[in-house]
Design a protein. Sequence first.
Length: 667
Amino acid sequence: MTTRTVFGACPHDCPDTCALQVTVENERVIKVQGRAEHPNTHGALCTKVSRYPERTYHAERLLHPLKRVSSKTEAPRFVQVTWAEALADIAARLKAIAARDPQAIQPYSYAGTMGLVQGEAMAGRLWNALGAARLDRTICASAGGAGLAATYGHKLGMHTRHFAGAKLIIIWGSNSITSNLHFWTYANQARRDGAKLICIDPRRTETADKCHQHIALLPGTDGALALGLMHELIRNDWLDHDYIERHVDGWPELREKALAWPPERVAATCGISADEVRGLARDYATTTPAAIRMNYGLQRVRGGGNAVRLIALLPCLTGAWRHESGGALLSASGWNAPFKSANLERPDLLAGRQPRMVNMSTIGDALLQAQPPIEALVVYNSNPVAVAPESPKVVKGFQREDLFTVVLEHFMTDTADLADYVLPATTQLEHLDVHTSYGHTDVLMNQPAVQPLGEAKSNTQIFRELAAALGLTDPCFSETDEQLAAQAFTSDIDMALLREQGWQPLPIPEAPFANGGFRTPNGRAQAAGADFVPNYESAASAPELAARYPLAMISPPARNFLNSSFVNVKSLRDIEGEPIIEMHADDAASRQLADGTLVAAFNDRGRYVARLKVSKRARPGVVNGLGVWWRKLGVEGSNVNEVTHQRLTDMGNAPTFYDCLVQVEAA
């Protein structure tokens, strides 16, 4: 028996980007653990990623190329083909389309892997060489990212580890125990040292259970609450006037807006009490150091970008940035920007062409309405039929018999079921990659632990071979994964150290904005223009719609899944149980709905059936449809995106998943 250890990195869409220790026995992975030596992982992994061997060796793992032999409106049937057959046919189809109009070829990808090599490196080169349509990758974080960039000049924030030294931590729009485990470790340390923890979230999450206070505001009202806090800061003169004068632009305009939001108005808008507004403002202003951990739940509404802007300005008004354990964090990915190379995707291969841009969050409308039509769709690192909003339109678009669809996947997902070709891709245990993080400031390397299973190929290898089949001869398509990894960073990264240790910290100031120095052109935080933007769908903004559909629905992630990944891992699905809709007891009683029965949440867009859970996790007037389950595992072959819509946020052109009105009845 031979046993060895390989160092890796978690590839999934999570701020923690953990360093992995993979144990291989007789050339089979038997265990995946967090590396104890890595400061941000400190030996701990979430339940999901600790089951990575189960996912890799899953009985339903795709190991051979498949070709569709059924229509797209009947039960999917596929036959196994060779790689040569698949690539020749795919290349012939794409070449014919490209000869007419390369913009009719649409790539679709996101964060199935966050790796710089297996993500968009070789794929981006192929699309640029062809002149294919571009994809606006907005589905997760672009509203919040745009809000941060408008305020700080980039996606920047405090170090996660410094939350351990805070005396007040506001966890805003984040179920950290589920989605940001290692931040929670630091928050818990602060709590043991006497810090107060406050959770702001429409849902009473597992994180809210562990905090000293939970403020259950209505979805999409976070910006109003932030303005109400500013009102109290002004009224009580809890302001750092020196910091504002030196480091904030647009304060007079913002001050005037905030003074229009007294606690009573905020309470009526947010569905909370005026005393909660006053108390939160007092705690925030009078506790030092105070830190805010935002997450992306709060920006998945119409006013999401502005909400992030307003919250990000709070530490500028109190001077909380003066302390290394004060400030705010939504994303730290901007700290990586100076160290990342722009050469991986080779935009020069476009040769001056400017292909059209399609927003991934409106792919349903694009597939049905775009002119000229999308003729070919290549999906990798994503499962749009499950995760994209307003899925009835997405499904209808994917079912077009004249749409040629290729999917790179590990499993037969909802999207793979509607493909013409399904190509087996490697998992993180089978390929090389390098990673940055949006929750900490280390770069990491992932070494392959085992050879690819079956006939699976890495994304890079699939796109290399497809480029060759298309007759693309630029030498860049022959570069190895090792060569791509070496090009991923500037010379400031020591690649030898990265290979040996598995990670390398970036040189980031401990208290980055203690003396201003934001990444804006003049180094000052920008407050002008920030304002509360109400939801598309709420009793206040759309009273006629709310009369028919009086319940706000949010769709936070189920604890044991990561977006639609891990849904088919049996041990995790057994823990999660089945798709549920959480509802407050008062709302259930008024509809004569009993706990444990099947109910339908519906609106003009669709109908979603799931098991009702009468629960204190739901506040009155709001139901929680936990996602993102695969549609095929749903009661009626659908998931919560059956009722979401494709309208976009105020900034960043992002989806508004949590801006959704429904009614609920017995199924």
